[in-house]
Each structure stands twice: as structure tokens, then as C-alpha cells.
Design a protein around this ligand. Sequence first.
Ligand code: FAD
Length: 375
Amino acid sequence: MQTFDVAIIGGGIAGLSHAYFLSPHRSVVVLERETALGYHSTGRSAAEFVLRYNTPEVCQLAAIAKDFFDSPPDGFSDIPLLKQRGGVMIATTEKAARLEEVFRTERAFTPELEMLDEQGLLTRLPVLKPGYAAAAFYDPNFWDIEVESLLQGYVKGARRNGTEIRERHAVLSASHDGQAWTIETSSGAVRAKTVVNAAGGWADPMAEIFSVEPLGIIPHRRTAITVDLPEGIDISDMPEINEIDEDFYMKPDAGRLFASPADATPCEPGDVQPEELDVAWAAHYVEEATTIPVRRVAKSWAGMRSFSADKLPVIGFAPDQPDFFWLAGQGGYGILTSPALGALAASLLTGQSRPEGFAAQALDPHRFSPLRFKV
Ligand SMILES: Cc1cc2nc3c(=O)[nH]c(=O)nc-3n(C[C@H](O)[C@H](O)[C@H](O)COP(=O)(O)OP(=O)(O)OC[C@H]3O[C@@H](n4cnc5c(N)ncnc54)[C@H](O)[C@@H]3O)c2cc1C
């Protein structure tokens, strides 16, 4: 049986971006339980790229990733990976003062932010209910991510470098003979010297399979719906709408309106499904904030956003097992940070190169080490 240098467990954006950056340096196999890559969190996201409104570290990762999105290597994707969307932050009367404060803080770094009066707001967001928002500002720095093209770019690049991507390979158990892991899967055994845990919501149970101490990475369910637009309404160029406290967000989505109540309910890892109440909340916000009647929810879904205790990703070798590498806890920003985190993981795993962009952002590549959870 071939012994791979690295087995990456998880065929989502984390595992596949890492395979892309690691495969020039190591022989790699990706093991994915499902038939389709990106079936879980990766295929259920809001596909949003934003430079701000996250923790400072995530904003730094976004800035590093932006270069890749703007100028991916030749042949990576046939279409641009980002599409300009823009975003409008809105607040009702009781929250207006705080929105203005956020505007002042953010504007210190981003002069292009623009406070909107009622007329400017309704020009930007023609479907917003007049009078719903008492304060609003426009931020041009929101983009839609072409998630499928990004994922396929990683897959094609990794395969070109010899990576084997094996769907329908659920990892069931593992043992180490002092030289390498033998990983038992639903489709046979695989041998690898190092294992990368990119199992998303299953990162902790995956660690246990390898007798590695779990780190407390907890999946949180998030729900989204799309609703049909009334005849003759075209919102394709409308910016994203963000409620100042993240009570909800909405954006155009393939001829419909996408809405999420921004729920974050801790859940068991699995093929999570939307709860009726969360779907109802999403529909409620559409009816409350916009002029779009919700006659029918066209589609509803839910996915996992998995967080560590400090809400930052976990990237590095396990303190208790030198042949086990964590790449988990990407929370609600795993797609947008994937070029930065996939490359960081490759650089830390091989020790061969400095991750690009981290010095420019003054971001310590070891900031996300699992060692920070060691007591
Ligand atoms: C509603 C919603 C909106 C979001 N919006 C955004 C956004 O706008 N921008 C953004 O950047 N991020 C967003 N996210 C977050 C983003 O989707 C995640 O951070 C990202 O997809 C995590 O990727 P992953 O590869 O870690 O996880 P996944 O895509 O879940 O991949 C993990 C894989 O591991 C596999 N696996 C697990 N156990 C096993 C096993 N035993 N054997 C083999 N394989 C196994 C699973 O089958 C799965 O395919 C959103 C998430 C949700 C749910």
C-alpha cells in the first residue's frame, strides 16, 4: 500500500485549499465521506467577501486573501473569483447613534464609506421599506465570492500536482505503527505519515479517532432562505443589507432575495437542516424591513459554522501528537480566508516557506496555534 506524506480529512474549502497549496511539496490524499465535495458548510454559505466587521485577525486574513482573489494564478478560474456587491449597514431609530459611532470608527481607516440620507438609502436599496432605517452607511468593500469556481480551482490545481481526492471515503478509525498512520475508511485503508484534520464541524470527533485531545470546536447552525421577487423587480445590482447588530442580513441571490436571521445555535455535527422557527424569523425580517412580500419561501437551508473558544481558527500540529495537524474552526469566514489559511497551513506543515502576506499584515503565522488552548 502506498504511504502518502499527508492525508487531509475533509473535502470542504479548508481541506481542498490546503491540498492546493501543499501538493507542490508533498504527496497528498484527500479523504471525503460524501459523494460531492463541499457538500456541508462550504456549499451552504452566503458567499460573501468583506474586509471589515470581523475580529482584527480575520480582517488581516481577509486582506491577505484578497490578493489571491484579485489575481489568482493563471488558469485557476475562467471567471473572476469576486464580484463587486457593496454593502449597506442599517439601523432603526434606537440603534442609530451606535451606527453613527461605527461609521466614525470605520471611516478613520476607510474614507470611501458614505453616510446615506433617506433618499440616498432608498436609491441604493429600492426594496427597503421607507422609514424602516433611521441611519445607514454604504461600504463599497463587499464582494460576492464565486465559491464553486474557487473550490474547483483548488481541486484542479491539487490534482495537477498529483493529489488524489477520494470521495465516499468516510474515516472510521486509525492506528499508528511508529512510522505512519493506517486510516480505515468506508472504502478501504489508506496510509499516511501526517494527518490534517479539516473535518469542519466534525473536527473534535475526528481528533478523538486519532486519540488526540479535542479542542472544544463547536458547530453552530446558521439558517438561510431565498424568496421570490415580485414580477418586474430586478435587484441583481443591489448591495447587501446588514443590520447593525447582525440581527439579519440580506442580499440578491440568482434572481431571488437571500435572507438570514444570522442565527448561531450550537448543534451536533451533521447534515443540519433548518428549524421552522429560524426560517420564520428570516421571512419575518424580509417582511419587516423590505417591500417584498413573502408569499413563499423558495428555498431554505442550514449549515454549520464551527468555532473554537476564542472564535479564531486552529492551525498547527497537535501538542499531544506530532503527526496530527489541525486546520479547523474557520467559523463564518472559511471561504473568504481560504487562500490565506490554506497557504498558512502548508507553510507551517512543511516548514519550507514563509506564508505570503503575513509579514505585510504584521500577523504572526503562529497566532492560530492549537498550543494556545493547552493548559
Ligand atoms: C449559512 C452560512 C453562511 C456562511 N457565509 C459565509 C460567507 O459569506 N463567507 C465565508 O467566508 N464563510 C461563510 N460561511 C462559513 C463557511 O461556509 C465555513 O467556514 C467553511 O465552509 C468551512 O469549511 P470546511 O472545509 O472547514 O468545512 P466543510 O465544508 O463542512 O468540510 C468538512 C468536510 O469534512 C468531511 N468529513 C467530516 N467527517 C468526515 C469523516 N469521518 N471522513 C471523511 N470526511 C469527513 C465532511 O463531509 C465535510 O465535507 C457560512 C456558513 C454558513 C453555514
